[in-house]
Design a protein. Structure first.
Length: 123
């Protein structure tokens, strides 16, 4: 199973390298359109290879999704922690309290054994 995992990762890496080599062309990434930059008087743009922009966007999306899900599941983690503490308290309470159950003597299941027990018991 480990080899299948490594083979799958190798195929994914190969596809990423092929995608990067196929998209080496430079692309200008601008914060504002040219008309808005002229109107505002400032603008920022950077020229990068296309695969860097695509990879950066995918990585940024993964990070934002991870943070979003971590924040969304905060309530579930708090509830789970409270339930675990409660279970630990209940386990501790059951192991420290002595059992004071009164046990009744069992009746013999066989009539012959019952007669013998009656004969052996002092009157």
């Amino acid at each position: 199973m480990k080899y299948i995992h490594y083979a799958f990762l190798a195929v994914i890496l190969l596809l990423c390298v092929m995608l990067a080599l196929a998209n080496r062309g430079s692309v200008t990434l601008a914060v504002w359109p040219d008309t808005m930059s002229a109107f505002l008087g400032f603008g920022y743009s950077v020229t990068l290879p296309l695969f860097v922009i695509v990879g950066g966007a995918a990585g940024l999306g993964l990070v934002i999704g991870l943070i979003w899900e971590w924040l969304r599941e905060h309530g579930q983690r708090v509830e789970t922690a409270a339930l675990r503490r409660e279970v630990a308290q209940l386990r501790a309470a059951t192991t420290t309290t002595p059992t004071t159950a009164v046990t009744k003597p069992e009746k013999p299941k066989d009539q012959v054994l019952a007669i013998l027990d009656e004969a052996d018991s002092p009157r």
